[in-house]
Design a protein around this ligand. Sequence first.
Ligand SMILES: C[S@@+](CC[C@H](N)C(=O)[O-])C[C@H]1O[C@@H](n2cnc3c(N)ncnc32)[C@H](O)[C@@H]1O
Length: 243
Amino acid sequence: MIIKTKADWEKERPLLLEGLREFASVMKHRPFQNEQGVRGVSAFALYWFIKQVKPTIVFEVGVWKGFSTWVIQQAAPDAEVFCFDPIFLIEHLLEPRKVGPTYRSARASYSHQDFSCANIQELAAKSPRPLVFFDDHQNKLARLLQARQFGIRDIIFDDNDPSVGSHRTLEEDRMDPQSMAVLEREVDNYEIFPALWDVDALLNDTLRIKVDGMGFPIERELQEIYNEREWHSYVTYIRLPIT
Ligand SMILES: C[S@@+](CC[C@H](N)C(=O)[O-])C[C@H]1O[C@@H](n2cnc3c(N)ncnc32)[C@H](O)[C@@H]1O
């Protein structure tokens, strides 16, 4: 498994800055201000990885209000998008006033089925570059193995913190020799998107994020993304080998 290092990211600084400026202008047209899920640099990380991979079909697992669906569609406007979240089973019962704004797209398909039970293999096999984005707070190694089983080699995980609490992350698995052996066997590339600016934030009673950033400039057009920098959620891209 090749793990992308700080030095590797440093080499991409000019391209990252160019991509960030582009994302800042895309964000001017956002459907609403996201208050849960990907925000700030994390939203850019999702955009960045998708732009790099250029998927033809995207499975989004964990959708909530749909902000990440919108980001995915900005990054890959021609990709088919299939969204999975148990919330869709009861969404019609929720009071729109309490939920607030949502983004649902006529160009995406929605299902309340679990990813592990849906016809992913069949859909993925019909498209040259399938990608899955997991933001569902389920154990990540199990999700990785399901993706592999369905023939998907490009995976993005949100919330891959070393101590997220709600589920087991790959950063936790990397500290466990048995799980690490599985990762070494199953994964070609492992890339955690870096903090672009320093982060020192207490996100709740137990979760403190303190990381050194890459010292990006705080330009006027980047200010809104900079303001949300504390939502650094270790967005991680995984590339699996050909089987
Ligand atoms: C953090 S929210 C997603 C936020 C969204 N991706 C964004 O960035 O705007 C997590 C979502 O995962 C959903 N979820 C929980 N279990 C799930 C499962 N097994 N499959 C798919 N989604 C699940 C929850 O219902 C919730 O809507």
